[in-house]
Design a protein around this ligand. Structure first.
Ligand code: CP
Length: 291
């Protein structure tokens, strides 16, 4: 039984095969390989992209999808998370996609079910399919990403997207610089770090901006997000005419993370990331369910 909890659950060869399949799907070469399969989504945290992307991906491959509305589930009557998972598992799904505000929940649930668990984001720990779709999008622009320089900018310490991308992108040879204020900088030491985006702007091929994860802050760090933005917003003025690929996992805080002018610029690949997410998740589901 395979689960996808971390990006490290897939080898480089498996990821290349997933990307090849995703590229076929993107080219329109789609078969109903998940017909008669059932996929359940349980999102204990809000989502615009990930949940809908998984559901679209499953349906494009012919699967049935059931989405548990957590606010109307028996969690509110005292049912434990584990009993919820065991009861859904008793309906014999082919995969369960889970998002939870607490790190580690998808991993723990994988011990209670008989089908693949896919981590749709757990606390500040991991968001493996986001990192996979990010790398797929990078490789559309840089087919050989080894040595390409990427600045990951923002609330890195509280970001599951950053965690998953750091593991995955470093395995594919990207040269990562972490750009954040002291409070948002993780303690990991293996990467170049700076508090000033201006120090790396002339030297990067890609900027991945991150949202400030205010829901994970135990106390207010900035007087206002505008104060943060004055140092860390990626603006069209900052980027100038440099040939830099601009990424963001969403949701974007406009003019805090990236300014309106740069979001509208063709160097911004944010909606391409969302589009690619469906194809990458199709390939991930097929890999986990059909292999
Ligand atoms: N990128 C991402 O996880 O977005 P959602 O929170 O909308 O799913």
């Amino acid at each position: 039984m395979r689960h996808l909890i971390n990006t490290a659950d897939f080898t480089i060869d498996e990821i290349k095969e997933i990307f090849a399949n995703a590229a076929h799907y993107k080219a329109g070469d789609i078969s109903l390989s998940l017909q008669n399969r059932l996929i359940i989504t349980i999102f204990f945290e809000n989502s615009t992209r990930t949940r809908s992307s998984f559901e679209v991906a499953a349906k494009r491959l012919g699967a049935e999808v059931v989405s548990l509305d957590v606010s109307k589930s028996s969690s509110s009557k005292g049912e434990t998370l584990f009993d919820t998972a065991a009861n859904l598992d008793a309906m014999n799904p082919d995969a369960i996609i889970v998002r939870h505000q607490d790190a580690g929940v998808p991993k723990i649930l994988s011990n209670y079910v008989h089908c693949p668990i896919v981590n749709g984001g757990d606390g500040a720990h991991g968001h493996p399919t986001q990192a996979l779709l990010d790398l797929f999008t990078i490789m559309e622009n840089f087919p050989d990403p080894e040595g390409k320089k990427i600045a990951i900018v923002g609330d890195i310490k509280n970001s599951r997207v950053a965690n998953s991308n750091i593991e995955l992108l470093s395995r594919f040879g990207l040269d990562i610089t972490l750009v954040a204020p002291p409070h948002f900088m993780p303690r990991i030491s293996a990467y170049r770090k700076t508090h000033y985006i201006q120090e790396v702007i002339d030297d990067v091929d890609i900027i991945m901006s991150l949202r400030t994860q205010t829901e994970r802050h135990t106390n207010q760090i900035y007087a206002s997000l505008k104060d943060y933005a004055s140092d860390f917003c990626i603006s069209k003025t900052l980027v100038g005419d440099r040939d830099i690929m601009i990424m963001h996992p969403g949701p974007v805080n406009r003019n805090i993370d990236i300014d309106d002018a740069l979001l509208a610029d063709p160097r911004s690949k944010i909606l391409e990331q969302v589009k690619n997410g469906v194809f990458v998740r199709m390939a991930v589901l097929e890999n986990l369910i059909c292999r």
